[in-house]
Design a protein around this ligand. Structure first.
Ligand SMILES: *[C@@H]1O[C@H](CO)[C@@H](O)[C@H](O)[C@H]1NC(C)=O
Ligand SMILES: *[C@@H]1O[C@H](CO)[C@@H](O)[C@H](O)[C@H]1NC(C)=O
Ligand SMILES: *[C@@H]1O[C@H](CO)[C@@H](O)[C@H](O)[C@H]1NC(C)=O
Ligand SMILES: *[C@@H]1O[C@H](CO)[C@@H](O)[C@H](O)[C@H]1NC(C)=O
Ligand SMILES: *[C@@H]1O[C@H](CO)[C@@H](O)[C@H](O)[C@H]1NC(C)=O
Ligand SMILES: *[C@@H]1O[C@H](CO)[C@@H](O)[C@H](O)[C@H]1NC(C)=O
Ligand SMILES: *[C@@H]1O[C@H](CO)[C@@H](O)[C@H](O)[C@H]1NC(C)=O
Ligand SMILES: *[C@@H]1O[C@H](CO)[C@@H](O)[C@H](O)[C@H]1NC(C)=O
Ligand SMILES: *[C@@H]1O[C@H](CO)[C@@H](O)[C@H](O)[C@H]1NC(C)=O
Ligand SMILES: *[C@@H]1O[C@H](CO)[C@@H](O)[C@H](O)[C@H]1NC(C)=O
Ligand SMILES: *[C@@H]1O[C@H](CO)[C@@H](O)[C@H](O)[C@H]1NC(C)=O
Length: 401
């Protein structure tokens, strides 16, 4: 027995060579700071977050602006967060003391009261323009929530709200600024010319969320205030090639395999609980290749509107809720028509129903949309392809005027 002791030393080395790092993904827990209930003197709990009134702040300060309360405002999402706001015809700003440097979600909530509906303003932070010429006048769904990812490396963080011109006003109902794990670097980069490379420098980018889409979900929209990315819309309006697309869903009584030992590889990232709603991983759109069909013409394709000549982080969420046993399916994902990547759900986990995501940096070039397709693969036992969730974030490069 004694002469086998060295296996204990060798085995980990051997595994490291064969496989990438084993990680156990931990559930995300919201930090205490900073959740601000603008224009209010009282604190308000929302899930595990406590929104502190900006008239009695303890970790932020606000300069200028007036407060307004409108108790007639009703929203199913909250209990009072949208009944107060701070507004002004002059610039105002919030100052936060940052103790932990890193990547922050910056989330702004706007709920236009009748007398604020004509507001037209700019929002900036970290010398970049987060929103410019922003108006909520014609939005059909309220509240309007804008989400950003901002790397913060200084000890002060300041957000400016600036009326777009002399006769307009700026306002905000609630602000969230909270620490999340940094983005991984060196993602596959698809330039508009269709070439492939590695994108370096992702952790230092400011990003604006454009789309969060849940595929095949039973309800048209998902909002879940217990997770980081709470608002999702259904995919059906984005489909351009439908073929034999089907909605799929997973019984909510069955467990998603988040917390198993999983492998983070270059292209596959283990999802953590509490980042996106479980329900996104419990639904999907899928397409199957029937006998006699060619994978060249059997796919589902979606188009997502973006700005021309911009760079985007495209994050695709997968969770194999369809296979009865692992290792029976492989398929392809295409971005535009000229890039495709094999998706092997079992590169990453030995279980079915294990949530993970892949990220790509995509240049839009002259295109005003990003095209995403899933394509079944002929050479495997199960010949279907699926997609559970998608996020598209635009790189913010516009400096403050
Ligand atoms: C801020 O004040 C609220 C009560 O208004 C309290 O619950 C919270 O713990 C305080 N946070 C910090 C970071 O001091
Ligand atoms: C949030 O979702 C619930 C259903 O889960 C829905 O009734 C409610 O209207 C949604 N709220 C918003 C603001 O979308
Ligand atoms: C800002 O918006 C206003 C009205 O919506 C428009 O008239 C103006 O041209 C816009 N300015 C810029 C710089 O986009
Ligand atoms: C809002 O919609 C009205 C007509 O419905 C239009 O005249 C106006 O330009 C729109 N405003 C903005 C800011 O898009
Ligand atoms: C707000 O942004 C618009 C569009 O970028 C710009 O034209 C305008 O000058 C800005 N207004 C102020 C007061 O900075
Ligand atoms: C990204 O790639 C560069 C160049 O190959 C390398 O120096 C760097 O360490 C990589 N970064 C990460 C986080 O893997
Ligand atoms: C790749 O697709 C983009 C967008 O459709 C197109 O502009 C580009 O020419 C294509 N590149 C190649 C090499 O086919
Ligand atoms: C998927 O479900 C949505 C919402 O119930 C529905 O509107 C849509 O038509 C369904 N799509 C397919 C392909 O069955
Ligand atoms: C990651 O994806 C890129 C682009 O498709 C591919 O070249 C590379 O081999 C993949 N790496 C791994 C470890 O699968
Ligand atoms: C998807 O299918 C359509 C025909 O149904 C075909 O024209 C298109 O090239 C296919 N796209 C991909 C990425 O395979
Ligand atoms: C996407 O852009 C096109 C053309 O600009 C427009 O017709 C369409 O309504 C947009 N789709 C969405 C979902 O906004």
């Amino acid at each position: 027995m004694g002469n086998l002791w060295f296996l204990n030393l060798l085995l980990p080395l051997f595994l490291l060579q064969l496989f990438p790092i084993l990680v156990v993904s931990k559930p995300y827990v919201f930090p205490e700071k900073y959740f601000i209930n603008c224009g209010s003197d009282s604190s308000l709990p929302l899930g595990s977050r406590k929104f502190v009134g900006d008239m009695n702040p303890n970790s932020s300060s606000v300069t200028n602006g007036k407060t307004v309360k409108d108790s007639s405002q009703q929203s199913s999402l909250d209990s009072g967060l949208y009944q107060t706001a701070r507004f002004s015809g002059h610039p105002f700003s919030y100052d936060l003391d940052i103790t932990d440097k890193g990547l922050y979600v910056v989330r702004l909530h706007f709920f236009p009261f009748p007398n604020l509906a004509d507001a037209l303003f700019n929002v900036s932070a970290s010398s970049k323009s987060l929103l410019s010429n922003f108006s909520v006048r014609n939005t059909t769904s309220v509240p309007v929530i804008k989400d950003f990812l901002v790397p913060i490396s200084s000890s002060k963080f300041r957000i400016f709200f600036i009326p777009a011109h002399q006769s307009s006003i700026a306002f905000v109902n609630a602000i969230e600024v909270f620490l999340v794990p940094s983005l991984k670097d060196n993602r596959t980069h698809l330039s508009s010319a269709g070439s492939k490379g590695l994108y370096q420098g992702l952790p230092s980018q400011l990003l604006r969320t454009l789309h969060r889409v849940a595929f095949g979900s039973l309800s048209p929209s998902i909002n879940d205030s217990t997770v980081v990315a709470s608002e999702w819309v259904a995919d059906d309006d984005y489909i351009v090639v439908r073929n034999w697309a089907k909605n799929c869903s997973y019984q909510s009584t069955i467990k998603l395999h988040y917390d198993d030992e999983t492998m983070d590889t270059d292209n596959y990232t283990a999802a953590s609980r509490n980042f996106i709603p479980d329900r996104v991983y419990m639904g999907c759109k899928n397409v199957a290749l029937n006998d006699g069909q060619s994978s060249k013409s059997t796919n589902i394709t979606w188009h997502f509107n973006v700005s021309r000549n911009a760079q985007h982080l495209v994050r695709l969420h997968f969770c194999d809720i369809l296979s009865k046993s692992p290792n029976t399916v492989n398929f392809r994902v295409s971005i535009y028509n000229n890039f495709s990547q094999q998706i092997d759900p079992y590169q990453y986990s030995v279980n079915t129903a294990a949530p993970f995501y892949n990220e790509f940096v995509v240049d839009s070039g002259e295109s005003d949309f990003i095209s995403v397709s899933i394509v079944p693969w002929e050479g495997f036992t199960e010949r279907f392809a699926y997609l559970n969730g998608l996020e598209i974030m635009e790189f913010i490069t516009q400096p403050v005027w």
